[in-house]
Design a protein around this ligand. Structure first.
Ligand SMILES: [Mg+2]
Length: 123
């Protein structure tokens, strides 16, 4: 079983994702923005990060960039809604370019989360 960090500024979504992965037996930590997520990441042995992209303080893209500096192999699943545009490139595509293993558009299904987690942890 893995230790998974769930990052989202919306508590309801954070709780939902946490429930989905903890039901599968994984240990879960939660953070509400990139700053707190990076702190957790430096202090805990995190196997996988499931992160929202649009968040205050530090967004998911900035967080991925920061983590990649010290941990180039960090495993990330990015989740975001349609509204996450920055210029012409949507944020999910940007996350994929930055190395996110899976990108999932909100609203997501339980199975989408479970399948992405299983796939990332197996590979
Ligand atoms: Mg958000």
């Amino acid at each position: 079983m893995a230790k998974i960090l769930v990052v989202d500024d919306e508590k309801s979504i954070r709780t939902l994702v946490s429930k989905i992965v903890s039901k599968d037996g994984h240990e879960v930590l939660e953070a509400e923005n990139g700053v707190h997520a990076c702190e957790y990441f430096q202090n805990e042995n995190i196997d996988l990060i499931i992160t929202d992209l649009v968040m205050p303080e530090q967004n998911g893209i900035e967080m991925i960039l920061e983590l990649k500096k010290t941990h180039p192999d960090v495993k990330v699943i990015a989740i975001s809604g349609d509204s996450g545009f920055s210029g012409q490139i949507d944020l999910l595509s940007m996350a994929k370019l930055l190395g996110a293993k899976h990108i999932i558009k909100k609203p997501f299904t339980v199975d989408q989360i479970r399948e992405a987690v299983d796939d990332v942890l197996e590979n």
